[in-house]
Structures are given as C-alpha cells and as structure tokens.
Design a protein. Structure first.
Length: 96
C-alpha cells in the first residue's frame, strides 16, 4: 500500500510539474538535476547549492524527491520506473 501511495504521489507531481530540485531533511541540504558530460546528473549539496557534488548520472530522469530519512531520495525515470537510494543517490545504490 505504501508503494502504491508513493507511485501515485510521484505520478501526480509529474502531471502537474516536473521537480528538478528537492530539499533534504537537514538545513542546507538540497538535491537537484543538472547537466553532465553525457546526460543529466543528480547533484547533492549541503551548503544551499554553493558547492555541489555529482552523485550519479542517470538517463531520462523526470523528477526527484528527497525522503525525510538522511540520505533517502526517490527518482522517477522514463519509461515509468521508480528508484530509491538510501546512500544520497550515489552510483549503484539505487533500488527498483
């Protein structure tokens, strides 16, 4: 049931707007999508975006949403796939 609610929530957010930035649970913590050399990438910052680190470059990202748990982030990609990372979106930490 929890997964269904999360999927419906993400789908409704995609219909209304595409989320390219999300705030984490800590002060100054943000996730955002930006360009890399090959495709779009997921960036993470702990100082309100003054400095940022590319955590992973993922194709076809549509929207992102940070979880209340530290390091938790959801990623919705095209075609319809929902991923979750407990490791700040580091490469190879995504679960389907």
């Amino acid at each position: 049931m929890k997964n269904l609610v999360l999927i419906l929530l993400l789908l409704s957010s995609i219909v209304s707007f595409s989320q390219k930035i999300s705030r984490g649970p800590d002060i100054g913590e943000i996730y955002f999508l930006g360009p890399t050399h090959t495709t779009d990438g997921l960036y993470y910052s702990i100082d309100f975006g003054v400095t940022a680190v590319c955590m992973d470059s993922i194709k076809n990202i549509i929207t992102i949403a940070a979880d209340i748990t530290p390091g938790g982030i959801y990623c919705y990609t095209y075609p319809i796939s929902l991923y979750y990372s407990t490791n700040y979106g580091n490469a190879y930490s995504w679960e389907f």
